[in-house]
Ligand binder design. Structure first.
Ligand SMILES: O=C(O)CCC(=O)C(=O)O
Length: 261
């Protein structure tokens, strides 16, 4: 069971990202089985990721924990809620959604720099995602810009494949920066299966392509804490959760987004 030290919580508050070694180490086979089940039977929300002619295969699907028992067992059994509570400084922890991102060998396409927050209909200081590789990763690991969760403006959300703005119309977003060219502090780790990068919904992140001969399977888990509230966005969000019926300022409805602790 991974333990959050005081210095890890302080790092998370300052950088908006921290490595949690071995958080899902006992759940790797379970999660791999869940990913296989998910890939064999994707949801209707499966995302198109590669343009015609782009090399490889990039599987990107989400919101499946209710129908993939391996995911629910790992989420409830791993102790991730306690880790999330300690990192966020939150009493309660709610499950927002799961996300599977598999880059097969030779998928050169990088995952573009982005922050998840603007795509979501929930906002708060207390948010955390756990990106969990299910294969050893080096170059294709998650890359996060330290401190970006504290930037005053949200980063423009875009559609990864079409490279157009995610929401119609003009909104007050900052343009997507180029962290390498702009000399930003980028944190990334060589990781073992079951390690986790914990990062805030406002943290700028991306990944390189998978140019290796090995698969790069990743399970990402999105959780929220006490101060997270439903917010209106300029259009349908990702994930959309049609018919959710929530209004601005409400906590996420408990019957769809259960408490984990
Ligand atoms: O795995 C990737 O390529 C990107 C992961 C990501 O953006 C996320 O988990 O939010």
């Amino acid at each position: 069971m991974a333990v959050v030290t005081g210095s890890m919580a302080a790092d998370y508050a300052r950088d908006g990202v921290v490595l949690v070694k071995g958080l899902f180490a006992g759940w790797v086979e379970e999660l791999r089985a869940g990913v296989e089940r998910n890939m064999a039977d994707p949801s209707p929300q499966l995302m198109a990721t590669l343009k015609p002619g782009e090399a490889g295969k990039f599987f990107d699907d989400y919101c499946n924990w209710q129908r993939i028992p391996e995911f629910e067992r790992a989420i409830r059994g791993s102790g991730v809620a306690d880790v999330a509570a300690a990192l966020m400084g939150s009493e309660r922890v709610q499950l927002f959604h799961d996300h599977v991102l598999v880059k097969e060998p030779g998928t050169n396409k990088p995952t573009p720099w982005h922050t998840d927050g603007p795509y979501y209909f929930v906002e708060g200081r207390q948010t955390v995602s756990f990106w969990v590789p299910l294969d050893p990763v080096k170059e294709a690991s998650l890359r996060c810009v330290a401190g970006s969760h504290l930037w005053p403006k949200d980063v423009l959300p875009t559609r990864w494949m079409a490279e157009t703005n995610f929401y119609p119309g003009d909104h007050d977003y900052m343009p997507v920066p180029d962290p390498d060219a702009e000399g930003m502090r980028v944190l990334e780790w060589e990781m073992e299966p079951g390690d986790a990068v914990a990062f805030h919904y406002r943290t700028l992140h991306g990944t390189r392509g998978n140019t290796t001969t090995a698969r790069r399977r990743a399970f990402s888990l999105r959780l929220v804490g006490d101060d997270a509230r439903y917010v209106e966005r300029p259009g349908p969000t990702s994930p959309p959760f049609p018919g959710h019926g929530m209004v601005a300022g409400q906590r996420l409805r408990e019957d769809w987004f259960p408490y984990l602790n």
